[in-house]
Design a protein around this ligand. Structure first.
Ligand code: 1HE
Length: 260
């Protein structure tokens, strides 16, 4: 299903950064079916030059969540399939080919927070606010939020957000783990682009390990996790690129870690 409410632009000297922008500002970037499917298709078909991606929202808000106007006529069976469609789309964001940085501002609510939580890094500007209004609208999260959001902030905080309609401002959102970076108003996209540019310089196998091995290790019993870690470490260090990077450091040609 085509949507004109999304743009993909390539940035960087090797077109290594994809910026995917929701461009439905008149509806606060609310995600209708066409837009969710367009997100899925975009992440499934990223150009091969891309090493990292950024998701941004046009206008005053990142995303107002599910397009509530499409909810009206759905029966239970259709609701089930609709939720599974969101799962499939956000799976393409989280487990697609490259790490994804969300550039957040304004409302990051409902399905908008579900989308943000499928990204690997969230940068919030100081005007960002986070909420899960599903609780007060008589519905439930359906875009993977019940799985992903507790991993960021814990079940207790998510329960509170949904039971009471609690809204987190940017400062508190960063404090509890809804975002990893808090930046001045209007600068989330710049920061997200800078982070994506940095991420794109990593060895692709390291980025792959971080996207695909780390979350799985976190869910494995420790004994399995250690084994998965050892196998991933062995594969990563065997790559020629890893050997070149380590040699460069030993020869004094690579950057040292600097005090923060
Ligand atoms: C929408 C939506 C939407 C705005 N679906 N049309 N999400 C929510 O419950 C959040 C609902 N939205 C809001 O609380 C506010 O719109 C905002 C705080 C995001 C922005 O406020 P504001 O004052 O800037 O905009 P507005 O005047 O409320 O909205 C502008 C237009 O966007 C207006 O339409 P218009 O034709 O009257 O101009 C709104 O109706 C429309 N609009 N948000 C449809 N969400 C996979 S399950 C996920 C479940 C959920 O995400 S539930 C939570 C849904």
């Amino acid at each position: 299903m085509a949507s004109t409410d999304l743009t993909l632009t390539l940035h960087g000297d090797q077109q290594q950064i994809a910026v995917i922008k929701l461009t439905r500002a008149a509806k606060r970037n609310a995600l209708n079916d066409a837009l969710i499917l367009a997100l899925r298709d975009t992440f499934q078909n990223l150009p091969s030059s891309v090493r990292a991606a950024v998701i941004d929202g046009d206008g005053e808000h990142f995303c107002a969540g599910l397009d509530l106007s499409e909810l009206q006529e759905r029966d239970a069976g259709q609701g089930l399939h609709h939720s599974r469609m969101w799962h499939a789309a956000l799976e393409c964001v989280q487990n697609g080919p490259v790490p994804v940085v969300a550039a957040l501002h304004g409302a990051v609510v409902g399905g908008g927070l579900e989308l943000a939580s499928a990204c690997h890094i969230r940068v919030a500007d100081e005007n960002t606010f986070f909420a899960l209004p599903e609780g007060t609208r008589g519905i439930f999260v359906g875009g993977g939020g019940s799985v992903r959001i507790p991993k960021l902030i814990g079940v207790a905080r998510m329960t509170d957000m949904m039971l009471t309609g609690r809204v987190y401002n940017a400062v508190d959102g960063e404090r509890v783990g809804l975002a990893q970076y808090l930046v001045p108003a209007g600068t989330a996209l710049d920061k997200a682009l800078a982070l994506a540019t940095q991420i794109a310089t990593n060895a692709p196998l390291t980025n792959y390990a971080l996207m695909h091995a780390l979350p799985r290790i976190a869910e494995q019993p420790a004994d399995h996790g250690f084994m998965t870690e050892a196998m991933m470490a062995a594969i990563a260090q065997a790559a020629p690129e890893a050997k070149e990077r380590v040699r460069a450091f030993l020869e004094g040609k690579a950057a040292k870690v600097k005090k923060a």
